[in-house]
Design a protein around this ligand. Structure first.
Ligand code: PGA
Length: 249
């Protein structure tokens, strides 16, 4: 069964004090169980967030993880480390990791493999830059991102994979893909999953949209049949805005 999911990607924001304040506000909303609500704080706040939320129905995910479990990788965090503070989900392949930290499809494939092996659920991000959309190669581009990473995984791994379509031109820009553009790409991604793994699996994978999701556009985007929720950046830093997005279903 496809799950509705709204995940807040806090990126490099929020001190411990701000984290606790925001989480206290979110707990008050007492979200209904119909939607999975996830927050993705910075690594230093993962443990605090997990402890604070463990009796709520808000989950915690990491924004990233390394493909090795330990070793000489200064500044990195491993699957074992995030698991040790109770966190069992990680974003992998966010466009900011791809662009600013040179994470290639090969690196992301290794990360996905490690995550699955370690029983970590993956929110795997794909999405094209503006020049690619303008040259009308966005479908081919997203297809290659999938084929070079998550499509290399066996069918049984897919109960641990959520796909996030995040057109790079819509992230943090205030520009959103129209609900129709989002639907078109989500339908395309689901069709690819269906061709590769069968329709039963395709119909069970959640595909969420990210890129300037706000309280005033979430409802229309989430209403599309192949959009199962959102990966929310900026608007997830404000509890009321985030709650309005969660409640947009
Ligand atoms: P945004 O970020 O909502 O601020 O556009 C989304 C994301 O990067 O996940």
């Amino acid at each position: 069964m496809r799950k509705k999911i709204v995940a807040g990607n806090w990126k490099m924001n929020n001190s411990s004090y701000e984290t606790i304040k925001l989480l206290n506000e979110l707990i008050e909303f007492n979200f209904s169980k119909g939607t999975r609500v996830i927050v993705c704080p910075a690594h230093t706040q993962l443990g605090i967030a997990y402890e604070k939320l463990k009796n709520s129905n808000i989950e915690v995910a990491s924004q990233n993880m390394h493909f090795e479990l330990n070793g000489a990788f200064t500044g990195e965090i491993s699957a074992k480390m995030i698991k040790s503070v109770g966190v069992l989900t990680s974003i992998i392949g966010h466009s900011e990791r791809r662009v600013f930290f040179n994470e290639t499809d090969q690196i992301l494939t290794k990360k996905v493999e490690t995550a699955i092996k370690e029983n970590i659920e993956v929110i795997f991000c794909v999405g094209e830059e503006l020049s690619i959309r303008k040259s009308k190669k966005h479908f081919r581009f997203v297809q290659s991102q999938l084929e070079n990473s998550v499509f290399l995984q066996p069918k049984k791994s897919w109960n641990k994979i959520i796909v996030a379509y995040e057109p790079v031109w819509a992230i943090g820009t205030g520009e959103t893909a129209s609900p129709e553009e989002a639907q078109e790409m989500h339908f395309f991604i689901r069709s690819l999953i269906s061709k590769k793994y069968g329709s039963d699996l395709a119909n069970s994978v959640s595909i969420i949209y990210g890129g300037s999701v706000k309280p005033n556009n979430a409802k229309e985007i989430f209403a599309k049949p192949d959009v199962d929720g959102g990966l929310v950046g900026g608007a997830s830093l404000n509890s009321e805005d985030f709650a309005k997005i969660v409640n947009a279903f």
